[in-house]
Design a protein around this ligand. Structure first.
Ligand code: AQP
Length: 338
């Protein structure tokens, strides 16, 4: 794998059914990055337990996420797919980073504040130190690049701060141990928003199932969700500058453009002034033709859990082989007598 280009690490949480947002914002890009990078793709089950969860659902969601990686086109032989809990380096290094990161750094993380709102005292400590585990995920492999959406930029800054402080505290000045990982700006995808509210992102944890298109939805379900997707009373927008005031329309135009691999301007020109019903029918057909083959392949893969287990254990063994010497050196630098 050494000659495949820079090493990247990225993950998906097994917190529920994967949706169109996960596909356009993550999976599809993960597939593309294989050509130019050495990819480590992880189902981050340790992150998933930072919120209350049902153990049997977690296991099933983990299989489903592995199946989604494969069905979308990730090559598990050329690259690595595994689940985080199989490689102890993530937890071990996260503990070291809990002691490297400063309280004040975590106190600034806006995602934690947004997620817990007024219920801060009831949040798990794991959710609070989530960015330290993310730092461990990336640095356990000395990944150089991390594909991130806007919401993860602040966390990646923290990862860089942790790497820098570790290097400062434990390494000779001219021999830093950890690289400072760079964000990998993805060229397409953007943020896919809820089909019920164009100002909120499409999310696994949103209560309404009509807000998201699952990768496992059949053609009828997809068509129905798009037909019922919220719009406004006007016809389809024709100009880009109409979009900020029309979030639901903007979202559907964005999804169409992403799925069709076309600039938004082309979609606006094609549908501007037409009724939403016509646009939605074409959007449904496009979504169905992209998503249902992935869903069908996921169903096939989920029928053979033994095969998925093999993929995960083989991926974990290869991940471990990369992380082992890195962890050995971390322990030596920190001063553990092991
Ligand atoms: N709506 C979205 N649009 C574009 N990209 C998205 N991603 C998630 N939602 C969208 C991207 O998918 C990858 C995996 O995300 P995750 O599963 O680790 O967690 P998340 O971002 O928190 O996704 P959800 O669906 O909102 O999960 P819950 O509800 O559990 O918090 C990431 O690359 C993410 O950017």
């Amino acid at each position: 794998m050494a000659d495949k280009g820079p090493r990247i690490f990225s993950g998906i949480q097994p917190t529920g059914g994967l949706h169109l947002g996960n596909y356009l914002g993550a999976l599809r890009n993960f597939v593309e990055l294989q050509a130019t990078h050495e990819c480590i793709y992880c189902v981050v089950d340790l992150h998933a337990i930072t919120a209350p969860h049902d153990p049997s659902e977690l296991r099933q969601n983990t299989y489903e996420a592995v199946a989604a990686f494969l069905a979308a086109g990730v090559d598990a032989r050329a690259h690595i797919i595994f689940n985080q809990a199989r490689v102890a380096a993530h937890s071990e290094l996260a503990w070291v980073f809990n002691c490297v990161a400063r309280y004040g750094w975590l106190d600034r993380m806006t995602q934690f504040k947004e997620k817990v709102g007024k219920h801060r005292a009831k949040a798990s400590v794991g959710l609070w130190v989530y960015p330290n585990l993310m730092a461990a995920d990336i640095l356990a492999y000395k990944a150089q690049k991390v594909p991130v959406g806007d919401d993860q930029r602040q966390h990646l800054e923290l990862v860089r701060d942790i790497a820098q402080k570790f290097n400062h505290d434990f390494c000779p000045k001219d021999e830093p141990f950890f690289p400072l990982p760079e964000p990998l700006i993805l060229k397409s995808g953007g943020r896919v928003m809820s089909l019920r509210d164009g100002t909120r992102k499409m999310s696994k944890s949103e209560p309404s199932s009509m807000s998201r298109i699952l990768l496992t939805d059949d053609a009828d379900a997809i068509a129905q969700k798009i037909r019922k997707a919220k719009t406004d009373a006007l016809p389809c927008p024709a100009e880009r500058d109409e979009l900020p005031q029309r979030p639901e329309a903007a979202n559907l135009i964005g999804i169409f453009a992403a799925l069709a691999n076309k600039p938004q301007e082309t979609v606006l020109a094609d549908y501007g002034g037409k009724p939403f019903s016509a646009f939605k029918a074409d959007l449904a057909a496009l979504t169905i033709s992209t998503i249902t083959p992935i869903g069908a392949e996921m169903a096939r893969l989920l029928g053979d859990v033994t095969h998925l287990e093999q993929i995960m254990s083989d991926g974990a063994a290869r991940a471990q082989a990369i992380a082992r010497p890195i962890m050995k050196k971390v322990k030596e630098l920190v001063g553990f007598a092991v």
